[in-house]
Design a protein around this ligand. Sequence first.
Ligand code: ATP
Ligand code: MG
Length: 329
Amino acid sequence: MSDNNTLLRTENLCVWFPVRRALPFGQKRYVKAVDNVSITIKKGETFGLVGESGCGKSTLANTLLGMQKPTDGKVIFKGQDLNALSNKEFKEARRDMQMIFQDPFSSLDPRWDVYRLISEPMYIRGGYTKEQMEAEVLRLLHLVGLNEDDLHRYPSEFSGGQRQRIGIARAISLHPDFLVCDEPVSALDVSVHAQILNLLMELQQELNMTYLFISHNLAVVKDLCKNLCVMYLGQVMEAGDTQTIFHNPLHPYTRSLLSAVLSVNLDEKRERMVLNGDIPIPIDAPRGCRFCTRCPFASARCFQETPQLTPQGENHLVACHFPGIGMEK
Ligand SMILES: Nc1ncnc2c1ncn2[C@@H]1O[C@H](COP(=O)(O)OP(=O)(O)OP(=O)(O)O)[C@@H](O)[C@H]1O
Ligand SMILES: [Mg+2]
């Protein structure tokens, strides 16, 4: 439900991609990249989105920003249904929503210098004099830890971490309220992860932004996000308060993800749960629970009936017929 604290929410959002038919009269099939997802992101928070590769994280993010049309369902940003807006209204809303991309090596145009890369969104928006634009680009450069000597250099002259700083300066140039960070450090050397994450956190405080933080790395999400949502094959398996989910994961899928992270921590005495098999392709997603083909506890009901996200305590939702199964010692 929406209230004054809600910045963005989705209502039963579906994004299905049609698959080209092998035979002209064959059955129509879809990749159900996002299937019936309802999430709520509160103003000022960092909301975590985790799940294996291919589970639909980027597709969901792109749909939230209007870069992908939903097949069904709604994206409500600041109380407005994004898909019901006129072009002009959408452009205005879109200025308040920006994205930092996974790969700083391909997301910046190699032919543009830093000045042009950072000033382009302001140029498109218009209303700045040359002096104002130059001053603003310099301010942004300093904010992300670069300096004026970098102004007329090209992306190929920078390290991955520095390029990501340029991408961040570009993303915040129009003072967005909502910033999607799609695996912002996964393409970078481990040594610069902390620097970039710290920078993002400092900027969030300073500029009062709301983040959707997408990551494979549960350890990162644990430290950064107040709330999180765990996705599997286009659907939400578990959602709610991060600390609650870390201390009391009730979905077998969440437990398997956590077990992969915690296994390196020798002090942590927790059961190991290793998943067999690969994540299925979401074209022919299993009937019933999406996770049933890999769940060690799946029973007949899981293969027939899709579990709904159900509250399991305060701010903790789980889509499993047997929440907490296998946890008893
Ligand atoms: N434009 C498209 N056309 C057809 N299928 C697509 C399209 N975009 C994504 N998909 C499919 O949708 C599913 C989800 O893809 P998506 O990129 O959202 O996953 P992801 O969770 O972001 O993965 P990763 O962690 O590797 O970035 C995948 O099976 C992918 O092949
Ligand atoms: Mg992705």
